[in-house]
Design a protein around this ligand. Structure first.
Ligand code: C5J
Length: 221
């Protein structure tokens, strides 16, 4: 078994049971002129990780390992968006409102699409999720079980919201999760740093963390 150097200790990679999950690299979160930017967030840190996420994606493709993509995406009638989610957030622009790239986080809107450079291949499932976590109200768990996957390498945005929520959901379901620290980002640097510390705290209470070079070195080595 290959050990990937990681915090809080080496990640015990099982090549036949690992998948990459790229979370919510959507135009509305990452691009200038999208939903995230229109709320006043600086999207430059999110743009800066795009080449690293692309490298991680290419590495998994080259190794022939499974890849899943997620999108935070709601039905046009918002029947999958409870008031607790719809009515909170910045009042200026909420989920379902007409935004700069179409209706915010609604399936089919241009802003809801994954950024072009990370476009999924036809055999890479895209999980549309109405929650922050990728397991809630989706068939991700069933899809992973069907392929015998028990380990997840996680990347994407934002670290402390959808990435961390997904890792917590996965950890509770028995998955071993490794966060690619340079392939995830937040609008708030201190939140990203804190999320990484929360994940690896107490002997890896949520999972492991390391960088993309360490992951690619192990899977392509
Ligand atoms: C947020 C996400 N931050 N993908 N979504 O609302 O992290």
């Amino acid at each position: 078994m290959t050990q990937i150097p990681a915090r809080p200790f080496g990640f015990p990679l099982a090549r036949d049971r690992v998948a990459l999950v790229i979370i919510d690299m959507q135009r509305d979160f990452v691009e200038p002129g999208g939903f995230g930017a229109s709320l006043g967030n600086d999207v430059r840190p999110l743009q800066a990780i795009v080449p690293t996420v692309a490298r991680l994606l290419a590495g998994f493709r080259a190794a022939g390992l499974p890849i899943f993509h997620t999108r935070e995406a709601h039905r046009p009638d918002l029947s999958d968006c409870p008031p607790a989610k719809r009515l909170r957030g910045a009042p200026a622009l909420r989920i379902g409102d007409p935004g700069p790239m179409g209706r915010v986080l609604i399936k089919g809107a241009p802003g809801c699409e994954i950024i072009p450079v990370l476009t999924p291949l036809p055999d890479e499932p895209v999980i549309d999720k109405p929650g922050k976590g990728a397991f809630y109200a989706t068939d991700l768990g069933d899809q992973l079980a069907a392929r015998g996957i028990t380990q997840l390498v996680c990347a994407g945005v934002t670290t402390e919201v959808c990435v961390q929520t997904t890792m917590r959901e996965a950890n509770d379901r028995g998955f071993e999760c490794l966060l690619a620290t340079d392939a995830t980002e937040s609008y708030f640097p201190s939140f990203k740093a804190a999320a990484i510390e929360m994940i690896v705290a107490q002997g890896g209470i949520v999972g492991w963390a390391t960088d993309t070079d360490a992951i690619l070195g192990a899977i392509n080595g």
